[in-house]
Design a binder for this molecule. Structure first.
Ligand code: SAM
Length: 363
C-alpha cells in the first residue's frame, strides 16, 4: 500500500548508485537533501540512504543518517536498535520464546485485524454451506500457529449449521506449533473434534501429504491466515494450485504490503518495508506495557523481519508480503476467482490488512 512514483524512484536510485560508488558521507548528505526536494515523503531520502548503509554494515554512518529522520517511526526504532546492538543483524535468539508474538497479539492492529477477519469468515460460512451435509465437517487450516484463531472460527461457525462434529486438518511448518495448536483446539472447540496434523512448509508439501489431505475430501474451505506470504511469486502459484485441488474455497487473510516483486535494495522495496513496519511498530509502541517488553517485541518481530528483507538477496528472504492487486493476479493464474478484498485494518484510508475469498473457477 506504500508506493513511489516513477520519478521518485529515479531520484532515489541516485542515492543507491552513489553509495555503491563509495561516496563520502558529507557528499551523501548533500545528495539526500537534494533528492528530498524532489520526492513527496522528504524524509525517505535519509531513510533509504541509512538502510542501504546499514545493509553494508556501515553502522556509524547508518545511525547518523537514521537520526536525520527520527520523527519517522521506522528510523527511530532502527536508530535505537543499532545503538544498542551495534550491528544490523538479527539477534541470535530470535523467536526463541513465544513472548514477542504474545505481546503483538495485544496490539490494536492485531485485535482489529482478527475481529475483521472473523466477521468476514462467518459471513462467508453463512453464504457458502459445506459441500454436502454429511459430518464430520472438514476444514483445512494452513499455518495454524497456536490454534487460537481457528478455534474462534470453528466455535462461531458451529451454531450456523448446528454442526455436531468437526474434522480439522492443521498444517504448519513447526512441530511445536502443531503440538500446541492440536492441544488448544481439542481443549477449546465445543463439539466433537478430530485433529489431523501435517508438518511441512505448504510450498514444499510432499505427494504423500497431498494424498492424506485428498482422502479427507470434501473439504469445506481452506483457511490461510498470515501464513502464505513466505514464498516468492513463482512458488505461490503452484502452492495455490495444490490448495485448489483440496477445496473449491479458500479464505486468505493477509497484509497489503509490497515485499514480493520489488528487487532487492530497490527504493520501492525499502519504502514499503520502512512504512509498513513503521505503522506496525507504532501499534506496539502504543501498548501500555514496560519499555523493556516493547523492545522485546520490536527487536524480535518487526525489526527482525525488516532487517531480513533489507539485507537478504531475494531468494533468501523469509517474507514476501504481497499486495491485494498481486494476490488477485496470482489467484487468477492458479484458477481462482477472487471476491472483493475487505479491509481488516485501515491506514490513511487504504487497506493495511485484508481478508479475501478465492473460489475455484470450475465451481
Ligand atoms: C503469523 S502466524 C499465523 C497464525 C494463525 N493462522 C493466525 O492467523 O493467527 C503464521 C504461522 O504460519 C506458519 N508458517 C510460516 N510459513 C509457513 C509455510 N511456508 N508453510 C506452513 N506454515 C507456515 C508459522 O509457523 C506460524 O505458525
Amino acid at each position: 500500500m506504500f508506493f513511489l512514483e516513477e520519478s521518485e524512484i529515479i531520484q532515489l536510485t541516485k542515492i543507491r548508485t552513489a553509495i555503491s560508488n563509495n561516496i563520502s558521507f558529507s557528499d551523501l548528505e548533500k545528495l539526500c537533501n537534494k533528492v528530498a526536494e524532489n520526492i513527496n515523503d522528504k524524509g525517505f531520502a535519509f531513510t533509504y540512504a541509512a538502510s542501504l548503509l546499514a545493509s553494508k554494515d556501515l553502522i556509524e554512518e547508518a545511525m547518523k543518517m537514521f537520526s536525520q529522520n527520527k520523527e519517522d517511526t521506522f528510523c527511530s526504532i532502527m536508530y535505537d536498535y543499532l545503538r544498542e546492538t551495534g550491528s544490523f543483524k538479527l539477534a541470535d535468539k530470535v523467536f526463541e520464546s513465544a513472548d514477542p508474538y504474545n505481546i503483538y497479539t495485544q496490539t490494536d492492529f492485531f485485535k482489529n485485524h482478527q475481529e475483521g477477519a472473523l466477521r468476514h469468515i462467518l459471513k462467508f460460512a453463512n453464504e457458502t454451506p459445506q459441500p454436502n451435509s454429511t459430518e464430520p465437517v472438514t476444514i483445512l487450516d494452513i499455518g495454524v500457529g497456536n490454534g487460537v484463531f481457528i478455534t474462534k472460527i470453528v466455535n462461531e461457525i458451529i451454531p450456523l449449521y448446528d454442526i455436531k462434529s468437526i474434522r480439522l486438518i492443521i498444517l504448519d511448518q513447526s512441530e511445536d506449533m502443531l503440538r500446541m495448536a492440536k492441544k488448544y483446539c481439542q481443549e477449546n472447540i465445543k463439539i466433537q473434534i478430530e485433529v489431523i496434523t501435517i508438518c511441512c512448509k505448504i510450498q514444499d508439501i510432499t505427494n504423500e501429504q497431498i494424498q492424506i489431505v485428498q482422502k479427507l475430501k470434501p473439504i469445506w474451505f481452506v483457511n490461510a491466515g498470515l501464513s502464505i506470504h513466505h514464498m516468492p511469486w513463482e512458488k505461490k502459484i503452484p502452492m495455490l494450485l495444490n490448495l485448489r485441488g483440496f477445496s473449491a474455497h479458500l479464505v486468505l487473510t493477509e497484509v497489503n504490503w509490497n515485499h514480493d516483486l520489488p528487487a532487492s535494495y530497490s527504493p520501492e522495496l525499502f519504502y514499503s518495508v520502512a512504512k509498513s513496519y513503521g505503522v506496525f511498530s507504532e501499534s506496539i509502541l502504543h501498548l501500555s506495557i514496560s519499555e523493556e517488553r516493547k523492545k522485546l517485541c520490536l527487536n524480535n518481530f518487526p525489526i527482525a523481519e525488516a532487517i531480513n528483507i533489507i539485507k537478504q538477496p531475494r531468494a533468501n528472504r523469509i517474507d514476501y508480503h504481497t499486495t491485494i492487486k498481486e494476490w488477485k493476479r496470482i489467484a487468477d493464474e492458479a484458477g481462482f476467482k477472487t471476491g472483493e478484498a475487505e479491509a481488516t485494518y485501515i491506514y490513511n484510508n487504504k487497506p493495511f490488512a485484508f481478508v479475501m475469498e478465492f473460489k475455484g473457477k470450475n465451481n
